[in-house]
Write a protein that binds this ligand. Structure first.
Ligand SMILES: [Zn+2]
Length: 316
């Protein structure tokens, strides 16, 4: 008979859906994942989530006190409905909160995945006991969540801020958001790959398998073109982070996401850019760090969503 209470966690992305169990200390006790296969429909995906969560509950030997969800946005955190998400065609207005609440007879809460990541840092990561935190996820895109005084910052009419799309070079390439040279279009992982491809000999052996990670690996091995690309990426990341320091002067900025798995390569230039260009705020009072929550961060974030919603904020 299970005695320990823990939080069910679900992370819905365009490629995969992860489900797992997180304990009261933010530790991931069980992890399962399945392809999203959005074309098979929302109901089929929820059936797979149901099975994965039950399997995880059994393996971790816990009872669930609730379920938190992080979902690629836009989502409506109040109604629990999915918005018009590019990576989830046909799922608009589907409601995973209502669906899982019915399946498990538990309270369920959902936020977009960038906000879930920010709540994870506020609850169990670098933002613990801090008043102001900005968490930036750099991967296929750039998303961010802002936590002030223990609460998520929300825009007018519930709209989500899009820090990833603030412009850092108005002569830069066009983004789908409508702007030229926004942070995402210049600093997301695929932008590194595109720039690197344009500077490599056509048809080279590594051309087709390039990723942000392989570029970082090449740079570590001393490849001159890759080292220049890492420096270029570091500069773009640094300008964006410096803008956040100047605009918000937060206590903590946490950087996560796949690109930041190589944070050690980028961080010196990011820090130097902040200290060189943020002359009107006390930039040394802002801690800039990479996430310490590891690869389980999205599920830990989902659990934090439930905890903050139903157990109250823990502002210091
Ligand atoms: Zn954009």
């Amino acid at each position: 008979m299970a005695t320990e209470q823990a939080i069910g966690a679900v992370d819905i992305g365009g490629t995969k859906i992860a489900a797992g169990i997180v304990d009261a200390n933010g530790c991931l006790l069980a992890y399962r994942e399945t392809p999203t296969a959005a074309h098979e429909g929302f109901d089929a995906a929820m059936d797979r989530v149901h099975a994965m969560l039950n399997d995880a509950i059994n393996s971790a030997d816990v009872e669930l006190c609730g379920i938190g969800i992080g979902c690629t946005g836009p989502v409506d955190p109040v109604s629990g409905a999915i918005g018009a998400v590019e990576f989830l065609p046909g799922w608009k207005d589907c409601n995973p909160v209502g669906c899982l609440a019915e399946m498990f007879k538990l309270q369920v809460a959902m936020e977009n995945d960038a906000d879930a990541a920010a709540l994870a840092e506020a609850e169990w990561g670098a933002g613990r006991n801090k008043r102001s935190l900005i968490c930036v996820t750099v991967g296929t895109g750039i998303g961010a969540g802002i936590v002030l005084d223990g609460f998520l910052y929300r825009g007018a009419s519930g709209s989500h801020q899009e820090i990833g799309h603030h412009v850092i070079d108005c002569s830069g390439p066009k983004c789908f958001c409508g702007a030229n040279g926004c942070w995402e279009v210049l600093a997301r992982g695929p932008a590194m790959v595109e720039r690197m491809r344009n500077r490599m000999p056509a048809g080279g052996p590594t051309q087709s398998s390039l990723t942000a990670k392989t570029i970082c690996d090449l740079a570590r091995a001393g490849d001159a073109v890759a080292k220049r690309e890492v420096e270029r990426e570091s500069n773009y990341l640094g300008i964006g982070v410096a803008n956040l320091v100047t605009l918000f002067a937060p206590e903590v900025i946490v950087l996560g996401g796949n690109v930041m798995l190589s944070a050690d390569l980028f961080m010196p230039t990011i820090q130097a850019t902040v200290h060189r260009t943020c002359g009107l705020v006390d930039s040394k009072a802002t801690t800039i760090t990479s996430t310490s929550l590891g690869s389980g961060a999205p599920l830990i974030g989902a659990a934090a969503v439930w905890r903050r919603r139903f157990e109250g904020a823990r502002a210091s």
